[in-house]
Design a protein around this ligand. Structure first.
Ligand code: SAM
Length: 284
């Protein structure tokens, strides 16, 4: 076996030249900075898709990706390589901030526009919605517009179906489980589903943050948590500026607690860890 070949599963290897090709594709298309040393992970993730296509060779697979004019195979490749880890009420300080600061600050507004950018399988936008449903009365709740986007069609499929294994609700209070979910029966035993009346309040849409998003309306709040961590600094910097443009004056950007905007140039002001605000433009 040549020393540079990395063994993974029987018959599955990623050669250095193939890995570099994958790194370049994921960076160009999704901004994802796939570091060296992840070859085994990448090979095991690609394995499933290659098996579906009856392929055993990564180079052949990359050829298929490049030859596919529809771009769908490229989406499938990115899908296989993105990390979709998430959970309900993840980083709960943000939800306290939403209810304790943002909602009161916008109490005079008729509408509240929130964007979960990089929403993965939906737990983040649903957590936002459940908190707002607890905090707001009918008319104000009706004025909430919740947009949830991700690059991964696989993750968005789960998000829009709202179906999860019941144990994923363990972070949620009992009263919320009853109010927002229905239990699966028969073949769906052990699964839960976000009730239709709540699911229909979130607008799920595929959106690659590397592409322009001028069609997204001006937002009061943008959640982009645990997404930029996969991008390099210049890509993060560009994205933060574009988010700032899409915020209403006085709007908030919430990022993951392990992320930071230190050393970046942007117009946002620091509020507290992982919370930034666009100046309102008002004097005094
Ligand atoms: C770790 S999840 C974070 C989910 C959620 N925001 C949270 O904090 O729990 C990261 C998500 O970012 C998405 N993502 C990665 N690159 C992206 C891009 N270029 N455009 C849009 N979404 C992207 C991935 O598909 C994945 O679902």
């Amino acid at each position: 076996m040549p020393p540079e070949t990395i063994p993974v599963i029987a018959g599955q290897t990623v050669q250095p030249v193939e890995y570099r090709k994958i790194q370049s594709l994921t960076y160009q298309v999704a901004g994802i900075d796939l570091r060296d040393g992840k070859e085994a992970l990448v090979a095991s993730r690609l394995h499933k898709r290659m098996r579906e296509l009856g392929l055993t060779d990564v180079s052949r697979y990359l050829h298929v990706v490049e030859a596919d004019r529809t771009g769908l195979e490229l989406i499938t490749l990115i899908d296989a390589l993105t990390t979709n880890f998430t959970s309900f009420l993840r980083e709960p300080q943000h939800f306290d901030f939403l209810r304790g600061v943002i909602v009161p600050a916008l109490s005079m507004h008729d509408s509240l526009r929130i964007w979960s950018a990089g929403c993965s399988t939906g737990e983040e936008p649903y957590s936002i919605l459940f908190h707002l449903a607890q905090a707001l009365e009918g008319k104000r709740l009706a004025g909430v517009e919740l947009l949830a986007t991700d690059i991964s069609t696989r993750a968005l499929g789960v998000a829009s179906s709202g179906i999860y294994p019941a144990e994923r609700m363990k972070e949620l209070p009992e009263a919320w489980r009853k109010r927002f979910f229905q239990r699966g029966v028969g073949e769906q035993e052990g699964m839960v589903r976000v009730r239709e009346e709540w699911r229909s309040r979130v607008r799920f849409r595929r959106l690659n943050l590397m592409e322009e998003f001028n069609s997204v309306p001006a937002m009061n709040v943008i959640f982009c948590r645990n997404v930029m961590i996969y991008f390099d600094k210049p890509t993060q910097q560009r994205l933060v500026r574009r988010f700032a443009e899409r915020l209403e004056p006085g709007g908030w950007l919430l990022i993951g607690h392990s992320e930071g905007l230190m050393g970046m140039e942007h117009e946002l002001t620091y509020v507290m860890p992982a919370v930034y605000r666009k100046p309102s433009g008002r004097k005094g």
